[in-house]
Ligand binder design. Structure first.
Ligand SMILES: [Zn+2]
Length: 99
């Protein structure tokens, strides 16, 4: 998957790190920062999820972390999970299965 993504988009650069790096990420599928996606597995679902977060970053710009935090707090105020019920996570999960 990584290689196919890189072939499709020459702006994409795949960097592999040793397994100690993956162990630091135990329990997490990935993380998105502007123009950077970190993941420990070559898993299409995780990559699509993180790419949706990239889209959210592009849409919200520097407000992304603030909106993410507010959406998580809003979920907690309703007695739900900061992560699972965060509207940005719900949106990313909706798009992770798109093929
Ligand atoms: Zn997510």
């Amino acid at each position: 998957m990584f290689e196919r993504l890189q072939e499709r988009d020459q702006r994409l650069r795949v960097v592999q790190r040793p397994s100690w790096w993956a162990r630091l990420w135990h329990g997490w599928g990935g993380l998105s920062w502007p123009f950077v996606v970190l993941t420990v597995r070559d898993d299409q679902t995780i990559i699509r999820h993180e790419l949706r977060h990239q889209f959210q970053w592009m849409l919200l710009g520097p407000l992304f972390p603030v909106v993410y935090l507010l959406c998580g707090l809003w979920a907690r105020l309703r007695g739900k999970s900061f992560y699972r019920d965060n509207l940005l996570e719900v949106d990313a999960r909706k798009h992770q299965d798109d093929v």
